[in-house]
Design a binder for this molecule. Structure first.
Ligand SMILES: [Zn+2]
Ligand SMILES: [Zn+2]
Length: 344
């Protein structure tokens, strides 16, 4: 039963305020659901076929018992691949479970039982891996859920205060009757505290991930710095604040607030800060124009179907696809610019 006198006492009378609240609520709610949906249902991107060993090599690798000989096979297979990172011992990173050479920033997720490109973490809140394919959606999900909770906490706050002050004064005129008063008080209390608690927890997670975006690190890399041929470097993938942000959100600011795929690159290769530190691999993978994205992914976020990482038949598309094109292009380039930018 609706407690009418409670509603009368604690409702918004101004029409303008109602309209503003309703619009703001629904916009933030729709954006929240949209980005949450995209985070949950975007399939994690996996390494392409080029990173799998050829059948004969795989058989040899499996038959081989000595780790040194296995590494030899991997080194040979990886010679044509754009790899900068190594294991802590300086070996090629290989996933025995998926039987694939791990691209840079790729990690095996035990929950998903697959290798995930630019894996950030496995998120139980979305029951999905957060990585290259959905990192932008995850950040937006945090942002909109924060806005949503802030809105609720801010709009409930005045009623939260009103209840306590009215209760203290025991004003019979303005205060709801006892039993209904306690019911409504419980609802207001519950709503305010839940919204405030989510605000605090989401805010801390959101600011942490914004910091990670600014530094161009994944959560895994923040805990364990990636190891390059020259040693571990926590800022190895950082290209400066603006480029780091663009790598996740894209070049066009108008698409930043929308949960559409605008991240740069293909998730397999990433520009590194100290190119000169790894001249061998630079000769294989470096692009003539470092300011451009790593691969020819669509600049328009609306063309998701063009992005092979988000399509179902990604493995098939990779045969002679981006990677081979990139490798050929960069191998043919004799004017490689080595640039070193300070990390802001
Ligand atoms: Zn794996
Ligand atoms: Zn996972």
């Amino acid at each position: 039963m609706a407690p009418t006198h409670v509603l009368r006492c604690f409702t918004i009378t101004c029409i303008g305020e109602k309209i503003v609240y309703l619009i703001f609520f629904h916009v933030s709610f729709v954006m929240f659901v949209w980005s949450y949906w995209k985070t949950i249902f975007t399939k994690p991107a996996n390494p392409s076929k080029e990173f799998c060993l050829a059948k004969a090599e795989k058989e040899r690798y499996e038959k081989e018992e000595r780790p040194e000989s296995q590494q030899e096979i991997l080194w040979r297979a990886a010679s044509s691949l754009p790899l900068y990172t190594r294991t802590g011992a300086g070996a090629i990173r290989y996933c025995d479970r998926c039987q694939v050479i791990k691209p840079d920033r790729c990690h095996h997720c035990s929950a998903c039982d697959m290798c995930v490109l630019k894996m950030d973490h496995h998120c139980p809140w979305v029951n999905n891996c957060v990585g290259f394919s959905n990192y932008k959606y995850f950040i937006l999900f945090l942002a909109y859920s924060l806005v949503y909770c802030l809105f609720i906490a801010a709009t409930v706050l005045q009623y939260f205060i009103k209840f306590w002050t009215l209760c203290r004064r025991k004003s019979a005129e303005n205060c709801p009757k006892n039993e209904l008063h306690s019911q409504a008080k419980f609802h207001v209390l519950f709503l305010f505290f839940v919204a405030a608690m989510f605000c605090i927890s989401i805010l801390s997670l959101f600011t942490y991930h914004l910091w990670l975006v600014g530094k161009n690190r994944s959560t895994i890399e923040a805990f364990r710095a990636p190891v390059f041929r020259t040693g571990s470097d926590k800022n190895g993938f950082s290209l400066g604040f603006r480029k780091n942000v663009a790598q996740v959100f894209g070049d066009q600011k108008k698409y930043w607030p929308l949960p559409l795929f605008t991240s740069q690159g293909d998730g397999l290769t990433f520009p590194i800060r100290l190119v000169s530190a790894d001249p061998e691999q630079a000769a294989v993978t470096l692009h003539p124009e470092p300011s451009k994205s790593v691969a020819e992914v669509p600049t328009s976020p609306l063309n998701e179907s063009h992005n092979h990482l988000l399509s179902n038949d990604q493995h098939a598309n990779h045969t002679g696809g981006h990677l081979a094109n990139d490798t050929l292009k960069s191998a043919g380039s004799d004017s490689i610019t080595i640039s070193l930018e300070s990390d802001s």
